[in-house]
Design a protein around this ligand. Structure first.
Ligand SMILES: [Zn+2]
Length: 323
């Protein structure tokens, strides 16, 4: 397959990772610098596309200095173990809460298998290989990953996942946002929340969107997929949608705890977003199939159900405490 790359900001090139053979779904980003760096890797099914993309941009096995991850979900980082072997000089940067799960992916794989099932794990993501301890660098909020001519500031942005970070590029003002705002793919220009289990948290997600808004000066780089320049409108929309999806699940939970029914309710919410939010005529069935891979309705329903259940348990625990 011909590598697909395109410039998204001064000194930043997107590489289409062709996750599970699908184009324009998941991006990795190359930061041009003497210390060549990529943000996101895609899963193991993307390793070839990423390696060929890098080669087409003049980055060979001994040239890559850093691999930075926004979070460890398999569509973003499943391929990092194999890429670390292919690029033996690269340091792997990931939030401190995510680092242990790259060194030993047993729990990560078990948790993803519960969500996706064995068959999709193989087809979409492929095997997940461990990263050597000595290659890993655990990062925290506010840290700077210093390259030669630019640096990446770590913005801790939990909500989608408890270990999610966004990265602010000092040179271009671009913010690499992972899944903090949800997903927005070129075929369906409608922002869709990404609220997966086990960590999704509404309040943290809203705070993180505000953090990103306050730091983005030029462009938002979505992992799924590509650049968006209209920062305020996009942040407004991300907040509005994640609130209304959370509210839909909270309402559904008043009458049912059946996941199929809850997912059904969320599917209606999504259909309404698409009706009111998209500019183009769309083949919705084809799109739904593509979106299943990135952020399925069912997975979002699972994450939001878990969030409300945890919150209720917390509130119950508090009210039973003597005051
Ligand atoms: Zn993702």
């Amino acid at each position: 397959m011909q590598p697909v790359t395109f410039n998204v900001a001064p000194g930043i090139t997107a590489i289409d990772t062709h996750m599970a053979g699908r184009d324009r779904s998941t991006a990795a980003y190359l930061l041009h610098d003497e210390e060549t760096t990529i943000v996101e890797t895609g899963p193991t099914t993307s390793v070839e596309a990423v390696t060929e993309g890098l080669a087409s941009l003049g980055v060979g096995p001994s040239d890559l200095a850093n691999i930075v991850l926004t979070h460890i979900h398999l569509d973003h980082a499943g391929g990092v173990g194999r890429l670390a072997v292919a690029f033996p000089r690269a340091t792997i940067w990931v939030h401190e809460r995510g680092a242990p799960h790259l060194a030993d992916p047993t729990k990560l794989v078990a948790s993803a298998t519960r969500v996706y099932g064995e068959e999709r794990m193989t087809e979409w993501f492929g095997p997940v290989e461990a990263v050597g301890q000595d290659r890993l660098k655990a990062i925290q909020d506010g840290e700077r990953i210093r390259l030669r001519s630019r640096d990446l500031e770590v913005l801790y942005t939990p909500g989608h996942a408890s270990h999610h970070v966004a990265l602010v590029d000092s040179e271009s003002g671009a913010v690499l946002i992972g899944d903090a705002l949800g997903i927005h793919v070129p075929d369906l220009p409608v922002l869709r929340p990404a609220t997966p289990p086990p960590d999704f948290d509404l309040e943290l997600a809203l705070d993180s969107i505000e953090r990103i808004r306050s730091r983005a000066t030029s462009v938002l780089l979505f992992a799924h997929f590509g650049p968006i320049h209209d920062i305020d409108r996009t942040c407004d929309l991300a907040e509005q949608r994640v609130r209304s999806w959370a509210e839909a699940v909270r309402e559904a939970l008043e009458t049912t705890d059946d996941l199929d029914e809850i997912a059904e309710r969320l599917a209606r919410e999504s259909a309404r977003d698409i009706e009111t939010g998209s500019e183009a005529e769309l083949d919705l069935d084809a799109l739904e199939e593509r979106l299943q891979l990135l952020s399925s309705i069912r997975m979002n329903a699972m994450g939001l159900t878990r969030y409300w259940t945890k919150r209720r348990e917390r509130a119950g625990g508090e009210s039973s405490q003597p005051s």
